[in-house]
Ligand binder design. Sequence first.
Ligand SMILES: Nc1ncnc2c1ncn2[C@@H]1O[C@H](COP(=O)(O)OP(=O)(O)O)[C@@H](O)[C@H]1O
Ligand SMILES: [Mg+2]
Length: 359
Amino acid sequence: MKLAKLDGKLPITLGVTKDSSLLTIDASSIDGTLNIITGKKGCGKSYLSKLLMVNLVGYKATVVIFDLNGEYSSLGMTNDGKKNIYYDKIHALTPSQNFKVALEQLHLNTAMGILVNALHLPGTSAREFRRLWKSLKERGKLNMQELGEAIRDLNCNQHVRDALASRFHSFVNSGFFTDCIGEAQLLNETLIKAKDQGGALVINLKNTSNVDRQIIVEYILGKLVDSLSNWKLKAVFLFAEEAHLYLRETYWDDIVTRMRHYGIFTTFITNQPDTIQETIYRQADNIFLFNFTNEHDLDVVSRAARVDSETVRSIARDLPPHYCLSLGRVVRDFPIVAKVRSLDIKTLGETRLFFKDMN
Ligand SMILES: Nc1ncnc2c1ncn2[C@@H]1O[C@H](COP(=O)(O)OP(=O)(O)O)[C@@H](O)[C@H]1O
Ligand SMILES: [Mg+2]
């Protein structure tokens, strides 16, 4: 512990080591970094990411989480359902319910990103859409209703019109777009709050379809890059659960290069280590490794981690649940195993079982 000099100004206590010392990392060692939390299902990955998130929020950081299973929205509550100190800083955003966007607030580039990347709109149609958007905007008619009519009345090749009409249909179906500006203010308001006082934006992706999920992620990432490049935000800690389910191919490299440069610092959380690209492992500053028994999974992480593969294999195989091997900057490259401490936070992460309450 002395060698690892774990004594910064922004302590985050992760847990307790075998000899009962506290493992305390410094928040600055996950600042500006790329992190991976991986291990078998049920061993405590999401729990650790919750611990990191609330501590970052406690230090006034802005945190965004792509919450695939809808398990982060109650971080502001204690186990017995009372408000905890984070209550005012946890903002649960459920797309198409309390989280919508108006076309008027959407940048053309973000709209194009959604159309091309999430909805695979071909090039010619994309050019046509760009023209249409600009013309509606000039006339102050940029809303869903006008857009729908403009596409219907478009005087162009029928394939192009059909292509645009089907994407418009996806926009409508997602329930994510609205013409009511009042409905579309929550994200901006919460971003401002999260910037001033620290806060976590929990993007609830549970119950969203594959396509909608990609639309939402495309929108959020566009919005973050936009806010960061205008200095409306200083930096964002992004937590992404099972990112391969919604992150398009080209974003992986983007996240380690362009987005990181803008100030998006990502933590990937997954129980399938082979869904994270090799480049991410190579660039990762920190890896929090939980138990793996499967040889293939061990292969993937041991090849990539910042320590020799035998060490990783032998330790990871024997880790009990809730025990984590920390590697990288957080421990100054001294691999340290600790039992992650428990939090008085309602985590909703409980594994659903049929026989649980029957004995
Ligand atoms: N360090 C810990 N202390 C107490 N309970 C924990 C701890 N880590 C995980 N748990 C509990 O164990 C269960 C599984 O943890 P979770 O983080 O959801 O696993 P994973 O994300 O790896 O599938 C949850 O009910 C969670 O609350
Ligand atoms: Mg989990």
